[in-house]
Design a protein around this ligand. Sequence first.
Ligand code: G3D
Length: 191
Amino acid sequence: MGFFKRILGAFGFLKHEVRILVVGLDNSGKTTLINHLKPRKAATFEVTPTVGFQVEEFSKHNLNFTCFDMSGESRYRNLWEQYYNDVQAVIFVLDATDKLRICVARDELDELLNHETLKNRTIPILFYANKMDLAGAMTPVECMQTMSLDRITNKAWHITNSNALTGSGVDEGVSWLADKLMERQEAFNHK
Ligand code: G3D
């Protein structure tokens, strides 16, 4: 089943807008990965040309995707933090071959997890250990350990490997995310 069908199924008729953030360091493969998520037709793809800070967004039905680099000058941080509001899920893309900068990714994850807007929210976080096709890529378990993901106790999270060039592994992650969103929707409906 396609990405949009899965998520639309998860949210029933989608009476509300759903925002999914796609974040990670530059060069981790975010743009390549979301090319697999974007609908081929009717994609509205915008690049917001802010000096030093670039956000890519697309929407379909009531699903809104916002994608940006977490690296970059810290003076832009408060700009992208505005996107934390109303987010229902996070996709965090890791370059599994970048052993040097995975510590930077871990620090950025810290900032995200401890952010006032997100720290008490139970939104699911999907990690892609991307570039699995390249020699020397860390396995999802190695990424999990280096990123200390087991410290995330108040949010559902999952890590899976991916090759954003071919789309391999992308669907597995999306299925997990759709299931988590569905569980949340069901819990909300029973309140
Ligand atoms: P970003 O949007 O996170 O900055 P991009 O990253 O999607 O622009 O990807 C950065 C580079 O990594 C691109 O190469 C892209 O083709 C490559 N890449 C992304 N995902 C994968 C993957 O799974 N496997 C491999 N082998 N390469 C990948 P260029 O050469 O265009 O800079």
